[in-house]
Design a binder for this molecule. Sequence first.
Ligand code: GDP
Ligand code: ZN
Length: 364
Amino acid sequence: MSSTSAVFAALAPYGWDRAWADQFAPHAAEGLLPGRVVRVDRGQCDVITAGGVLRADTAFVTPPDPLRVVCTGDWVAVEPGGNPRYVRSYLPRRTAFVRSTSSKRSEGQILAANVDHAVVAVSLAVELDLGRVERFLALAWESGAQPVVVLSKADLVPDPVTLAHLVRDVETAAPGVPVLTVSALRGEGLDTLVALVGAGTSVLLGQSGAGKSTLANALLGEDVMDVRAARDVDGKGRHTTTTRNLLALPGGGVLIDTPGLRGVGLWDAETGVGQVFAEIEELAQECRFHDCAHDSEPGCAVTAAVETGRLPVRRLESYRKLVRENQWIVAKTDARARAELRRDWKRKGAEGRAAMQAKRGHLR
Ligand code: GDP
Ligand code: ZN
């Protein structure tokens, strides 16, 4: 078995740190190997370990609760051998991306774990849809990750004044979120993005056509498809070609890019919605009634702010829409069963966001 320092050297590029190692100690004592899940596929997963990528069976980490099923980004304890070789356990998640599934099943699906930055790509080739940006941001906040907006294809807005206006519009809809402009075509603005994703694990979110694949290629410095289709040796010593949904970036940091993360919906994003509409939540503190719906209540500070033009009416409508949609999703589910998990994510998210403050100040 590899020494601790060898494990560190091999897994640090994938996000392994002191805290993970400490949490892993009891599993190491049992002779299990640490690794990070790079792909999950029908009862099996591919795990990057200090000794390379191993394929392992997920029977032990596939409980009935779909939110507790092992997923890409999880740090797992895998058996050193065996046929099949099993994943025995995974470490408690720091953050988690969850998608609401079809109304028939009304159960969330876990998409990615231990994500630090959620990069929301927004194309400048089409008219800005701030409501859509807000939706992605709510999802990002709820996961516990720090959102970042990348206005992509900046070369299509050659006028700097117009570009500055667009950035300001997005900033208004995204309190506490860095907003970058990038032209992958011209290689402009990439340095800032590379620096930002250089520590921790990132995901790319956004509409189809927003430029996510192009950004992924730029971050990876080569064609993603070539990097993804890595040749590995499986448990039986055979050479296999695996698709990796989790990749170490040459400039540091890790990128998770799974098909499921593209086009995610909103799931129980109460905290997330609050954070996206921080200024509305702040105004609401001054409403006469504690449970003010900011509709026709007397003494409502929110509607008053709309009347004076301090709060754009679009923001209030967008807020109402997301709150309604969210309540509907929550009503479909057993909130109690997930409360514990959610509390944990929220706490972690708050800690993570606090840690990001310094970094953010640095960027702007
Ligand atoms: P995805 O669906 O989010 O992965 O988007 P893609 O990365 O496939 O990009 C969608 C389209 O936008 C493609 O035709 C790209 O060539 C184009 N595109 C991506 N980045 C840029 C850019 O920086 N400038 C311009 N002009 N076009 C871009
Ligand atoms: Zn009110």
